[in-house]
Design a protein around this ligand. Sequence first.
Ligand code: A2P
Length: 308
Amino acid sequence: SVPKFKLNNGMEIPAIGLGTWQSKSDEVIAAVSHALKEGYRHIDCAWGYGNEKDVGEGIKQSGIPRSEIWITSKLWGTYHSRVEECLDQTLTNLGVDYLDLYLVHWPVPMNPKGNHPVFPLLPNGKRDVDHSWKLSDTWKQMEDMVKKGKVKAIGISNFSVKKMEEILPTAEIIPATNQLELHPYNPQHELVAYLKEKGIVPQAYSPLGSTGSPLLKDEVIVEIAQKHSIQPADVILGWLVSKGIVALPKSVTPARITSNLNGTIAGVSKLDKDDIAKIDGLAAAGKQKRFIMPPWPVDLGFDNWPPF
Ligand code: A2P
């Protein structure tokens, strides 16, 4: 069965979930339904992905009861001052009356009255960031959603230590998770260690390196896969879960959806200390690479992120 990790509020999150970013509307219904029928119990969504209605339809079509599924969604940047409004839209889109986990998608509030509801832009073409809004006030509204019973847990996404320090001193509820780009080429060892120390569970998005990733062809990953007669994806996902990191592989391909679940479990049981150490060292050995770097005109406080 799928391993679970205990969160700082006592809840248990399934260590593998289906990612839905970049899953097209017409494909994601079948993908979500297939995943749930194959044993996934965790779906990762976001208002900003624009496909929550279809994710909701997939959940419905699976026939799996809501109470058995872990559903995560995320607050979009133009809603930092209107958390409940964004959350209510998500609940309606998904056709559910609560979320298991609600995350602040990016530590970047955007102008709610800008020239576009999703990506407001300034005349100079840069994203219209609301520099006066405090993340600690976003977090207060997130906490209110727990108190109202609309979400069971709250967390953050794409928060560096620098950004976490803007909310932790005044937080009543410590974030349950921090969802980050985590994979062998961007392991963020120090940040992950910081999260462990604070009792915040790391979640990995783009765990396979996103679309067209070179990770699945990496010679060290391929060699470890061959050694254990498993797939390269199983090695990467197994490595993450062995380290206590929730893995959120995205796929709309039924065979891959199935193999990513069973393969992670195989990976966790087969990888030895030597394998883990080799994968841990890949980035430092010259392969460091971030695949996802939206052009936020803000210092996010991450290494290896160029200024925009
Ligand atoms: P697709 O959705 O067409 O199946 P990530 O989770 O890192 O964002 O990676 C997602 C990308 O990797 C997608 O392009 C997805 O393609 C592909 N993918 C997902 N699972 C596998 C797998 N087991 N083997 C190869 N490619 C995969």
